[in-house]
Design a protein around this ligand. Sequence first.
Ligand code: B12
Length: 309
Amino acid sequence: MNNKDLYTIRQVIDLTGISEFTLRGWENRYNAFSPIRTESDRRLYQRKDIQKALLLRDLLKQGYRIGKLSLMNQEELELLLNKKSAETEPQKPKQIIEILNLISLQKWRELDLKIRKLKYETELELITNLILPMIKGVSELVENKQLSIAQEHIASSYIKEKIYSAICTKKNSIKEDVRFICATPEKDFHELGILSAHLLIKSHGYQSLYVGPNTPHRDLVETALNYRATHILIASTIRMKKGSDQEFLTYLHHVTKNTDQAVKIYIAGSQSLVYSEAVTEKIHPLKSFTELNSELICISKSRKKNELK
Ligand code: B12
């Protein structure tokens, strides 16, 4: 490549008006670019990186979120920018706004009380109307740099406690022939999705074993065999680096290959939806908790049919 086509970080700052802190944040946290490194470890950007930085800058101004933009390629970003206005996000319920205010003010004791008091009718409602909006709110606060990593950890812990306390209210399973296990793949510590799924499964009266986050595929397979799992639910939230798609596919391949043919494997989470090539007769993607809930109802119906036979 011609050296004239490469730009130092200073030149990129001058051309785009974006600060060094922001450029590095987009690179490190969102994998937005991978600048070439000189021998002295200085970053050199290509023309396409500058174009992407400009697109990101303009779309962020329109109200889009960096987490969403970072998953798009240049062509998709351009298309989005040509749309007249940003998606209008639904208004958050009042109690969620109050909770997010307490989080951003770091009023942890008040937050604890408020989260404990949250009322809900069904577990699906708790997940979709309260847990997911809280997570989304936390994620927006982090993106807007209103929360530090430590504060994000604390907020996530309170959300986790709420899910745990809902799990504790559930009686032991009566439908013993359906046994789920819930996990996230190795290196993925985002467990709020699978923990919520574990709660929802239990609320339908099924057995569920919470294996938890960061589970090596060998351990998952071994657990599935010992527990005689009938269903495995794997949620993947993170895409850490280039090639991690392949890692996830390999992970799934191991789990599929080494578990009984009758075991149904569900994959969920923001990253799993891009893995359409993973879908086989045994692997079923789940887009949402509402879909998981419908699936759980279907399992119940087919059990009843089998009992009648
Ligand atoms: C909470 C959180 C954390 C917590 C996790 C706490 C915990 N105990 O789980 C903590 C603070 C520990 C954390 C750490 C990190 N995180 Co984090 N984290 C998040 C956050 C705010 C929420 C993720 C979450 O729990 N989602 C819960 C699920 C349910 O919601 P969702 O992801 O929106 O998923 C939707 C669907 O996909 C579907 N779905 C998702 N899961 C499931 C499961 C089932 C069963 C079903 C049916 C549906 C479903 O439902 C949701 C609603 O539609 C996101 C922000 C975001 N925008 O997502 C970042 C995010 C996932 N984290 C991110 C990063 C980079 C990290 C770190 C690497 C940061 C760092 N530098 O240290 C670490 C490393 C963790 C690791 N190796 O796994 C990035 C990932 C970017 C990427 N390239 O993939 C995100 C997107 C933030 C960002 N924009 O930068 N994180």
